[in-house]
Structure formats: structure tokens, C-alpha cells
Ligand binder design. Structure first.
Ligand code: SF4
Ligand code: FE
Length: 507
């Protein structure tokens, strides 16, 4: 583990920003990750250069796509920032009207279509969005100056065009105990000491999306906190290569196919997601990058506002759903089955499910509301409904895609066999569908469906859909809180001619 820095190595905010040059596109983004002093473990080994690791690189490519989209479709993926009076990547733009949130959702769907995976940048946007109002509200209540610090950071982030990752989910240990009650205090990230120049944190953030691919990690509480948890109520900004950080890379289903040298068996060789366990061992944060320190009563609002933003961000999965519908339609065509009415009906059902997800997410953006700071936030009920749909419908869509793909998807021989001198011609003869479709075309499409429903990107399309931004029960709790049964009962009682006053005393 890294030793504690001596006081004279406590970096100032200017020193922290000095490590970054403004990033003007995808290539510069990939370059910006090279040569960093990061400690990364994968498959039991320390990774020398993550950018060149075949298992890691597809996740970097997915984030790089967010820079490409800003270049290719600026109306969708950039916005004018009043803070620096210049266009910025939409992933660094604070929503100040419903249209900002609507465009964000459309951009997310587009990136899902282009990458077929999790492009890892939305949780960071949702973090900076929620911090706009939370820092403002804490200052109003306590006379602190977090909002000013926040705006100063955001301006630099916009000027440098960096990736901000969300460090939210603590390991949590024994779920029946509060953070301060855990046997090991580090199971929730917390402040260990404060100095004249800043504070130190220790703990970990689990399954952090794009953690290693981010320039900055914003740590924040994962749940509501009590006064006894005061040291756990910390929000701060940490450069991705800060001393004291260790990344342990999460492996994914079929990830070692990227080490086999071929491309076809990977299904989607270019893009992948990334989740890492990020360990913080006495990591320093200068005061100017601390945005909450002890204001535990704001942790609950921070989490619920974050989820209002982030659960609508899961319209990203409709972009992946578009790919699934397209893959199912294509494989049916390659098999010569596309004219059958039951096949077309299954494609209709897949589309209906996918658009149902989109409709709830986009509606939550249209129904956005302003906060005191001037930022706008998604409608909470509709955002939770969106994410709850996402916990279910991609599984149904994936089932239809597998149905249309047929069993060959999981019995296909390897790419090496297709290339083998003797086995190859046999496979080309017997695994052909329609005679005008090359066997490799059919194989590639089957591997893509496998990738998204069983392989690497099933992590992003299915399991992340279930557990990301809160598991299904978390949305049901929010739906329960917001469903306002007294009002709905009153509607029914009025129409039924029941004396409402008699049944609802005092109201
Ligand atoms: Fe964005 Fe979706 Fe990935 Fe979350 S799961 S970071 S919303 S692409
Ligand atoms: Fe996610």
C-alpha cells in the first residue's frame, strides 16, 4: 500500500490540474490515459500499461466514442456552457432546462447504438449535475462555500474536457449495520484526518463504472447518514492517478476471448464496459476540492437526487436494445426466416418493450423540475419507472434475440476452426444459412447476440440493467414513497359516492 504523503507533497488544486492538457478528441483522450502512475491488477498481475491491455482497451474505446460523437454530431453531444461561454461536451454540461435532459437521453441512446455497451460516462455527468444543487443547498444552510469551489472545478473540467467518474458505491460490509457500526471502518469510505491543506480518505468504491478510464473520481456517500457517521459524509474530487489509489479490475464473462488473438469470437471486439474496485488508502484531497465534509443531513438528498438523474440515464439501454432488435432481424434474414409472421411479431414485441423503456425515461426529462441552484432535475417517479423497466425488459428482449438466433449461437465452433485448413471448409458447407449469405456474416451476427446476452456486453445489457443505479427493490421503495395513495383513494371514493370526510378524518 502507498505510504501517506508528507505534508509538503499535499498537492494544490493547480498542481492537480497541471497533469492534464485539454483533450480535443478521441485520440487525445486515449493518449491522456497513457503513462499514468496507476496501480492496476487484472488476472493476478499488475498491469504495466492499461491502455494497451487487450481486455481493457475496448472499455477505453467506448469512452472515446463520447469524444467522437461530440465531433460528429455536435447538436446532440455538445452544449453551450454559460460558465466558460464556450461549447462543451454534453457529458460536462449542467442541465438548466428540460431540453438539456431530453438531449442527454437522446445522446445516451445514440451512444448505445454506436457501442453496444456501457460507455461509462453518465454517472459522472449525473454526479456533477447533482452537486450543482447539493453544494448550493449546503451553503444556504451552513454558510459554507462549497458551491464556489464546485463551479471553479467544473470550469476547469469543461476547459480540459475530462472524464469524471462517479465513486459512489461503498462495499457496505454487514448490511444490517450503519457505516460507523461496521467492524472494519473502511467498509464505507471516510475521512481519516484533516490538515491545514485538506483531508485524507480511506475506503473503497465498488464496481465503479469506468473508474480506471476516468481523469477524476468524485467520491460521495452511498446512502443516508446519521450524526455518528459524520466522517463518512464526504464529497471530494480525486485525480485518477492520485497516490494511494489501487484499481482491481472486474473480469467479465468471456473476457479472455480478447486474449485469443481473433476478433469474430468476441462478438463486439471494439467496445466493452468496465467496472473496477477502487481502493483509497489515505488519499489526499485539498480543501478546494472538498464539496462536503460532515454535513451528513444532505447525504439522503444527494443520493435521491442522483438516482432521479441516473435512473433516467438508463435509456442508454434502449440504444443497446436497438442493436438487439437489429441483430435479431438480421439473423432471421440470414436464416431465411424473416418473412414468417411469428418472427415479425417477435420483432414488434422487442421494439415495443424497448420503446416503453425510452418513453418513461424521456418523459421524466420532459417533466423535469428546477432546483434552487438553477439546475433542473428529472421527475423522480418517471425516472424510477424507467429504471424499473430496465431491470426487466432487456431480459425479455434478449430472450427474443436468442429465440430468433437459434441454438447455433451457443454451439458454434471457434474462429480458429473456421480458419482451419480441413475443418474450415466443412464448416463453410454445413453452417451456411441462406446460400447468398457468407457463413462468416452469419457467424459474426450470432457472436454479437452471444456477446450481448451471454458474453462481455451482457454485463452492460443485462446484469447492469438489473443492479446498476440501484437494484429493483430500490426503485420499488421510491415508487412506494411517491405513489400518493391517499389522493388516488380520494379520486375513487368521490366517484363511488363515498363520504371522503368520514373515511379520512381531519383531512
Ligand atoms: Fe451510462 Fe448506461 Fe453505462 Fe450507466 S450503464 S454509465 S447510464 S451507459
Ligand atoms: Fe451504470
Amino acid at each position: 500500500m502507498n505510504a501517506i504523503l508528507p505534508p509538503d507533497r499535499e498537492e494544490s488544486t493547480a498542481e492537480r490540474w497541471a497533469r492534464f492538457r485539454p483533450i480535443d478528441g478521441a485520440e487525445a483522450y486515449v493518449d491522456s490515459l497513457r503513462g499514468r502512475a496507476v496501480t492496476v491488477y487484472l488476472f493476478g498481475e499488475r498491469v504495466a500499461e492499461p491502455v494497451d491491455h487487450p481486455v481493457i482497451r475496448p472499455s477505453i474505446n467506448a469512452l472515446a466514442a463520447t469524444y467522437d460523437l461530440a465531433r460528429d454530431e455536435p447538436a446532440l453531444a455538445t452544449a453551450h456552457s454559460p460558465l466558460i461561454d464556450a461549447p462543451v461536451n454534453r457529458f460536462l454540461h449542467i442541465p438548466t432546462c428540460p431540453e438539456d435532459l431530453v438531449l442527454k437521453n437522446r445522446m445516451q441512446r445514440r451512444l448505445g447504438q454506436l457501442t453496444g455497451t456501457c460507455f461509462q460516462r453518465c454517472a459522472g455527468l449525473d454526479t456533477i449535475s447533482v452537486l450543482h444543487s447539493i453544494t448550493y443547498d449546503i451553503d444556504e444552510a451552513h454558510g459554507t462555500r462549497y458551491h464556489e469551489r464546485y463551479l471553479a472545478f467544473l470550469k476547469e473540467a469543461q476547459r480540459h474536457n475530462v472524464i469524471i467518474g462517479a465513486g459512489m458505491t461503498d462495499p457496505k460490509g454487514d448490511r444490517s449495520r450503519r457505516p460507523h457500526e461496521q467492524d472494519d471502518p473502511d467498509l464505507f469510505l471516510h475521512v481519516t484526518r484533516r490538515t491545514e491543506r485538506g483531508l485524507y480518505v480511506t475506503g473503497a468504491k465498488a464496481h465503479m463504472t469506468g473508474g480506471l478510464n476516468s481523469h477524476w473520481i468524485c467520491v460521495m456517500p452511498t446512502m443516508n447518514l446519521s450524526e455518528a457517521d459524520r466522517d463518512y459524509a464526504v464529497v471530494g474530487l480525486v485525480p485518477g492517478d492520485a497516490p494511494g489509489l489501487t484499481y482491481i479490475y472486474g473480469r467479465q464473462s468471456c473476457d479472455t476471448r480478447a486474449l485469443e488473438g481473433g476478433e469474430i469470437d468476441q462478438g463486439n471486439a471494439h467496445y466493452g464496459g468496465q467496472e473496477t474496485l477502487v481502493v483509497f488508502d489515505e488519499v489526499f484531497i485539498p480543501w478546494e476540492h472538498v464539496l462536503m465534509d460532515g454535513e451528513y443531513e444532505f447525504a439522503q438528498a444527494m443520493v435521491s437526487r442522483f438516482t432521479a438523474y441516473h435512473r433516467a440515464s438508463y435509456v442508454c439501454k434502449t440504444g443497446l436494445g436497438d442493436v438487439m432488435v437489429g441483430a435479431a432481424a438480421a439473423i432471421a434474414e440470414y436464416n431465411g426466416a424473416d418473412k414468417a409472421s411469428h418472427i415479425r411479431d417477435k420483432l414488434v414485441e422487442m421494439t415495443h418493450l424497448n420503446e416503453t423503456i425510452f418513453s418513461s425515461g424521456i418523459a421524466s426529462s420532459h417533466e423535469a423540475k428546477p432546483l434552487a441552484s438553477g439546475a433542473w432535475i428529472n421527475d423522480e417517479m418517471l425516472s424510477n419507472v424507467c429504471k424499473h423497466n430496465v431491470t426487466r425488459f432487456p431480459y425479455e428482449i434478449a430472450r427474443f434475440a436468442q429465440d430468433l438466433a437459434g441454438g447455433l449461437m451457443v454451439t458454434l465452433p471457434s474462429e480458429a476452426d473456421f480458419k482451419h485448413e480441413e475443418a474450415g471448409p466443412l464448416l463453410a458447407k454445413y453452417l451456411r444459412g441462406r446460400s447468398d449469405i457468407p457463413v462468416e456474416t452469419r457467424t459474426r451476427m450470432l457472436r454479437l447476440i452471444e456477446n450481448m446476452t451471454l458474453g462481455r456486453n451482457a454485463v452492460g445489457y443485462l446484469t447492469e440493467s438489473l443492479h446498476g443505479a440501484g437494484s429493483p427493490q430500490a426503485q420499488r421503495i421510491q415508487i412506494l414513497r411517491g405513489m400518493d395513495l391517499p389522493r388516488k383513494k380520494a379520486y375513487a371514493e368521490r366517484l363511488a359516492g363515498i363520504d371522503v370526510i368520514a373515511t379520512d378524518a381531519g383531512d
